[in-house]
Design a protein around this ligand. Structure first.
Ligand code: MG
Length: 243
């Protein structure tokens, strides 16, 4: 049976982003007979570190997200995201006890219930869909596939596509790099996500409240794209052993 990726990388003293893609199996969930929710070889402490780091990053950027949403939206994105991720942070210990898919499902429900606005259903859909698609995921490749399928669900939920100045403009290019490079993409993830968010600046919004601004939406980074870049950047950094 293949060894879990993260423990292997740790043993070798390597950040996970340098580890090879194959042989990734979360046997922890199967051993203890708990819900079958295999992940990418993440142990409880890895999940906790990831959940806490994401939540703290979102909370720490509340003002920036507010400022961006005041420019082209209704100014509530910072507060909404803080509220959602404070709930996640509050539950972090219990969430980390779950397998990766089960944790994503629980996080999805928290985000739907607590973020509200336009972003709650979109981030909630992403997490819930990844939980569903990743329920039997055994490898990093499976999780990247699940991420791609979840992005399609977010598109349906938001009746949106890439190129319309939304959080999809970060999810889609980050997913493409993951498909292309697998585990090696993690080391670049933060930079790619930040560049993708910045690339929404010259775009004209075609979805969401910003679409009402038409050409006046040009020249501002999309707040949803920025929050997506924060989250994916943290995923890359934590899985690369930074914290
Ligand atoms: Mg808003």
């Amino acid at each position: 049976m293949a060894e879990p990726l993260i423990p292997l990388a740790k043993e070798a003293g390597l950040p996970i982003c340098w580890a090879q893609e194959e042989g990734v199996l979360d046997d922890e969930a199967q051993e203890d007979g708990a819900q079958a929710s295999p992940g990418i070889g993440m142990e409880r402490e890895d999940r906790l570190a990831l959940i806490v780091a994401i939540a703290r990053a979102v909370i720490a950027h509340e003002e920036e997200l507010t400022r961006l949403d005041q420019a082209i939206g209704d100014g509530d994105h910072g507060v909404n995201m803080r509220r959602g991720f404070e709930a996640v942070l509050h539950e972090a210990d219990a969430l980390a006890e779950l397998g990766t898919a089960a944790a994503l499902e629980a996080i999805g429900h928290l985000l739907v219930n607590r973020i509200g606005g336009a972003a709650g259903p979109l981030y909630g859909t992403l997490a819930l869909s990844m939980a569903r698609q990743g329920a039997n995921a055994q490898t990093l490749h499976d999780w990247i596939l699940a991420f791609g399928q979840a992005i399609e669900d977010v598109k349906r939920r938001g009746k949106s596509e890439g190129g319309q100045k939304t959080l999809l403009d970060v999810f889609v290019p980050v997913h493409a790099v993951l498909v292309e490079k697998g585990a090696e993409a993690f080391v670049q993830l933060a930079r790619i996500a930040e560049e993708a968010a910045e690339a929404t600046r010259p775009m004209r919004a075609l979805r969401g409240r910003a679409a009402f601004l038409g050409d006046r939406s040009v020249g501002h980074v999309d707040p949803g794209a920025r929050s997506a870049s924060l989250i994916l950047g943290v995923v890359g950094r934590v899985l690369c052993g930074e914290s």
